[in-house]
Structures are given as structure tokens and as C-alpha cells.
Ligand binder design. Structure first.
Ligand code: SAH
Length: 193
């Protein structure tokens, strides 16, 4: 395994470490809305395939070497930079969202609308981090199958998720969320002219 594949796996381990205390805490919370659909379940399985299983096959077997491509080393270092930025966004959004985080679309009994920290400018910084890390993957794992495996499934997941999530948040928080939407960008800060 080369240095870039090692960095990819370190990135995954860091994501698990960052997420696990929030995951443990949110499991204990009483939920008043849970919107786990069949489509979301299928997309989550596909994301696991693209983000974990295919990288594993690429890193630890010879089964998909035929799909390897080569990249200049500088572009792979750029991939490492993207991964590090993605991890930073991932960490910061977990810190700010705290106990309000959930793996699928849920509202807990004492849910707070978070509008501080990174959420002051962006509504979906965790999805920003997932975009950045999905774009880093083909640079770190230069293989047509494992490199793009995550991005291919993340794109439909993202569009489905964001529209369902914003609908749920508007139904729960009403005007407060609508006003928040006006002030923020979705995955990039809103440009002000
Ligand atoms: N879309 C956000 C959060 C992803 S986690 C991001 O990308 O950072 C998904 C859960 O976060 C949803 O179930 C929802 O209940 C919760 N959530 C999303 N935005 C929130 C906000 N501004 N305040 C509180 N909870 C929020």
C-alpha cells in the first residue's frame, strides 16, 4: 500500500473516532421524528460499498488492478490536502451540531436548531465535508472503480438527503428555519454583494 492509500485509511479511522462519542450520545435520545425510508437505506448501503468495500478491495487485493490509472504525485498530495480539509469540516460540524446529529433524518424530543459556529454561514457543513472527501478519494486511490465508487453514490444521496432534510427542518422549526435558510448557504457560505 502506498502513502496515499495509507492516508485514506487514516482519514476513515479519524472519522470513526470523531463520530463515535456523538453516535453513542444520540442513541440515548428520545426521537419524535424518524424518517428512514427504503431508498435511504439502499443509498447508505451503496455508500458503504463505495467508501469502504471498494477501497478495501483496491488496497488489499489484486482484483481491480486492471482499473488503475496513474496521476502526478502533486495531484495526489492535493488529494491529501483535500482529505485533511474534509476531516476538519467533519470535526467542526460534529462539535457544533453536538447531540442534534443523527445518522438518518431524525428530530429528537429536545431538538435545538443550531445556528452558531460553522452553522452560522453554512446549513450543511457535514455534507460539505463528505463532498470534499469524496473528491479526494480518486486522487488518493487512483482506480476507476474504487476511486469514484464513493462519489457515484454520494451524488444521488446528497440531493435526496438535503431536500428531505430541509423539508423536515421547516416542518419542525417553521419560520425560524426559513429565516435561517435566508441567511446561510447550503454547502458553501452565502456570497454577499
Ligand atoms: N445537514 C447537516 C446535518 C447532517 S446530520 C450538515 O450537513 O451539517 C442530519 C441531522 O442533523 C438531521 O436528522 C437533523 O435533525 C439535524 N440537523 C440538520 N441541520 C440542523 C441544524 N441546523 N440544527 C439542528 N439540527 C440539525
Amino acid at each position: 500500500m502506498n502513502i496515499f492509500a495509507i492516508l485514506f485509511w487514516l482519514g476513515l479511522i479519524l472519522q470513526v473516532i470523531i463520530r463515535s462519542p456523538f453516535d453513542r450520545a444520540q442513541r440515548k435520545e428520545k426521537k419524535i421524528i424518524q424518517l428512514k425510508t427504503k431508498l435511504e437505506n439502499i443509498l447508505l448501503v451503496m455508500l458503504t460499498l463505495g467508501g469502504l468495500v471498494l477501497p478495501f478491495i483496491y488496497s488489499f487485493t489484486n482484483l481491480i488492478v486492471f482499473a488503475n490509472f496513474s496521476l502526478p504525485t502533486w495531484s495526489q498530495w492535493f488529494g491529501a490536502f483535500l482529505l485533511a480539509s474534509g476531516i476538519l469540516f467533519f470535526w467542526r460540524s460534529h462539535l457544533d451540531l453536538g447531540i442534534n446529529w443523527s445518522p438518518s433524518l431524525e428530530i429528537r424530543e429536545k431538538h435545538n436548531l443550531v445556528t452558531h459556529g460553522i452553522y452560522k454561514r453554512i446549513r450543511h457543513p457535514m455534507y460539505t465535508s463528505l463532498w470534499i472527501m469524496s473528491l479526494a478519494q480518486p486522487l488518493l486511490l487512483p482506480n476507476w472503480i474504487s476511486g469514484f465508487g464513493n462519489l457515484v453514490f454520494f451524488i444521488p444521496f446528497y440531493f435526496f438527503r438535503v431536500s428531505e432534510e430541509e423539508k423536515m427542518m421547516t416542518e419542525t422549526f417553521g419560520k425560524e428555519y426559513e429565516e435561517y435558510v435566508q441567511k446561510t448557504g447550503s454547502i458553501f457560505p452565502k456570497l454577499r454583494f
